[in-house]
Design a binder for this molecule. Sequence first.
Ligand code: PLP
Length: 397
Amino acid sequence: MEQSTLALAERVSRISISGTMRVAAEAERLRRQGIDVIDLSAGEPDFPTPEHIKQAGLRAIQDDFTRYTPVTGIHELRTAICERHAADFGASYTPAECVVTAGGKQAVFNFVQALVNPGDEVVIPVPYWVSYRDIACFAGASCVFAPADEENGFAVTAALIERCLGPRTRMIVINSPSNPSGAVLDRDEFARILELASARGIWLLADECYGRLLYEGAPFSVSSLPGAKDNVLIAGSLSKTYAMTGWRLGYGLAPAPVIEAVLRVQSHSTSNASSIAQRAAIEALRGPQDAVAAMLAAYRRRRDFVIRRLRAIPGLRVSEPKGAFYAYPNIAAFLGASGLSSPLAFAELLLEKARVAVVPGEAFGTAHHVRISFAASPQVLERGLDRIHSFIQELPQ
Ligand code: PLP
């Protein structure tokens, strides 16, 4: 059937494949031609999955642990998730309040499908991880965007969120540490946002996918605050913490009736997460955690290097990320006079001329930024930053 005559369901026409894909697809095309592209666009660790976790996956296959599991995920894994969450963040969940999902993304998706009605409003701080917007749109909700203050490192505050609340607000989405800004929400602000949500019966969805990738202070979960659990939904993931993006293993933590609702959605779509990945996840969560600490130390060194190099570029402004593995520099000084009208145009030219792939800020809801991932080796980062610096110096001023 011709593309133009294809009648899509209305809910699909409300969402799109993110603009970031354009640069990624072009980078891939160049690479296939054998061109040396430096990819600083990836949203995933460059480290392999730690050996003991891989071995647990292999054992699962050898033991024929290759069948359907309960839709919720196996009990032992749900117990391990609750124990790990308690050890890391001090919150106490039971297996009945836990569902295993195919990645943190599915936890976010299923929470929204289970709890948000068409016409509801979902409050999303900007910059945001692009899927929140499309997932809310898919459910028929409207997004209310809360632009975080760049001067304050894009930190989200309760005052910012409060201004966006109204009679139709159904959910607030908080991602700390944030992709793309690396901002970490202050504990007191988080507590105040929880108070606002609880007082109004609004769901507070905390995306903790980068929860353990924190450069200062102890990891924090809003779910550890007294009385929080009634209103809080946690989306967690093993993808970034344990370098397990391809295994597709995440989880949701929420009041038991919410988990039951999520299971209705999940049981008619994907059913259980991979049985093999579930076994590997038990090892990840219960086994030695040294690899997590080692990867975090490497990301910290890379962050310091990338921020120092970016700040050495005249005209470029960048906040220091407090968590996750992205820098989100402001490139406004290089738009306009250079003939470049947008971050997308900047990223396309950077790829064409300097062979470096970054993600344009349009994907995250801002008009003057690009996202640079520092989940790449020091050598790759050094070459990438050299190229970015020369590219900017050569732009017409
Ligand atoms: N949440 C955020 C903020 C992310 O950046 C990502 C992945 O990039 C996810 C959730 C989902 O990760 P996964 O589905 O691999 O667990």
